[in-house]
Write a protein that binds this ligand. Sequence first.
Ligand code: AMP
Length: 421
Amino acid sequence: MIQLIRGFKDILPGEVERWQQIEKIAASRFEDFGFKEIRIPMMERTELFARSIGEDTDIVEKEMYTFPDRKGDLITLRPEATASVVRSYVQHKMFAKDPVQKFYTIGPMFRRERPQKGRYRQFYQINVEVFGVASPLIDVQLIFMLVTLFTRLAVADLKAHINSLGCPACRPNYRAALSKFLAAISNKLCSDCRRRRRRNPLRVLDCKVPSCREVLAEAPSIIDYLCDYCQEDFAKVQEFLKKLQIPFLVDKRLVRGLDYYTRTTFEIQTGSLGAQSAVAGGGRYDGLVKMLGGPDLPATGFAIGLDRLAEVAEIRHSEFIRMPDLFVAALGEQSQDKAFEWICQFGRQGLVAEMDFEDRSLKSQMKRADKIGATHVLIVGDQELQEGAVILRNMLTKEQTLIPIKEVVDRVKTYIKREAQ
Ligand code: AMP
């Protein structure tokens, strides 16, 4: 038997409805806040990710699915969506019409990480990006939108972790202080970090190796090095999070070690996830639009890990699993033919209707109706056809109603819809 690739997974019916429901609620929440959907390709030129994510990151160094296509061009299965959304914003000169653009996108990402619970090689993200707004209030709005969405999806034990990464004016001082600290502890760092320490010391703070994380707990905090402007900006973020009653924690370990990331960065964590506690992460990346060939415009955004969200969203099954509204139990060839026409008509009218195609006994058809959870059964046989009326049975109350065959589709529909109210 051929099995799926390690780190990949199927999302089966029963589970997929939960995903659909989350996607639907998220999309409608984002649209309420003025976001529009954008769809971007699953593959891009490798260069796009190498340049935007950064050459000496875990993702680019060892996690990308990169291969030459038949002509030898290097292409990569996207490990994240931001780079593609920025590329699209720049390529289509969307900024010319209005620099302020707000997008969301949902889809799979690919990273060749070590698979474990909550970490897959193909995983799904819901991404949100805002272009052209420099105010820290938009970062607050993103965090607010995330937290309210997660609350709506009944995710327990939520906390927003926030930090500021400063700006090109204040970061060099911090970089110098951090370099000094890293030089002193360099023998305790992993080999990747020893190399990164010289090329991009901020990167070291991103390392996932536990021994590195331990020694880095003592690293200087960027908060102590922020310039006046960045301090004010970060204070405003905190002031408005408090105003909007969003619980948060200033977390100096939260960094994205890339030069184009600026000021606010955040992660939403939940206690229900165990080790992989981050269910969403994001922040400001003011330098990226320019870096990818566009004008110097600010940008900010976040990514939700949909796999992890589906695991912790406590929305009830009854909210999204659709049971069949109707099972048509048909006895005899003529009734079967009629039943088939009806289930097609019911489907067109928005009722989920099933039947048995094997012409089994009434008893076994009723059993099947019960097994698939049909709320109603329509019983039709030769006698009913002759008399011009069929029996509609409510499986819960056992109530039976006679329905004239001539108007069966309309009458059953009205009956079931009225009961559902
Ligand atoms: P990142 O793009 O690394 O900032 O990740 C954003 C979110 O995507 C994280 O908070 C996770 O919830 C999710 N995520 C990242 N990598 C994986 C993965 N390999 N498997 C499942 N979810 C992931």
